[in-house]
Design a protein around this ligand. Sequence first.
Ligand code: SF4
Length: 207
Amino acid sequence: MSLALPNTTNVPPGGWFYTVPETGARFTGANYPHLESQIIGHYHVAGVEAPSRDGLFQRVQEGICAEHPDYCGAAVTVNPSSGNAGQHVYQMALQCLRTLIAHLAGSGERVTQEHAERRAGVCVTCPQNQILEGCSRCNMNTITVIVSKIVGAKKTSVDDRLRSCAVCHCTLRAKIWVRHSAAWNHMPEKQRKQLPPHCWLVTEKGS
Ligand code: SF4
């Protein structure tokens, strides 16, 4: 199972660091873009071909996760420096929208307050509960309108701590209210495999 950083916003334990295998030079950065610019500059000065930006991010991620496996999980983290990052996240956010729309097209039935609270309690302690990154192309207004249609006036006691799921990019304060089948049936197999075992989408399967 490959490990991935839970996000690129927080400084990992031990900081952002990388040792260039071709030269042995070690770099640290205050954040990922800072680290990346130093490494790419070093490759140029050393006359060594630099890896692609996504390739470099993967290498940095592997290095940090190898030293701090407890901090990393089995999720996909988007390289914030990648030109494709916004598009990638946007596509994931669209997947979320399809899920919510499917819920509206179905019975539209919500789970009970108690059920939603239980799910929310799982999500708030989950490392995949994250602020959506690199989503400059997302139409957040559209998402917000659909979320309010799904949720109505309903809230859980931890709504202020619910963000987006880093695995599927769904807005959690909406997702926790939909029927399991509405969330599950539209989720690609690749994403299902990235869900942690404690996730309610996994534990409610077949119930
Ligand atoms: S939906 Fe599952 S994987 Fe996503 S934040 Fe909630 S518990 Fe974690």
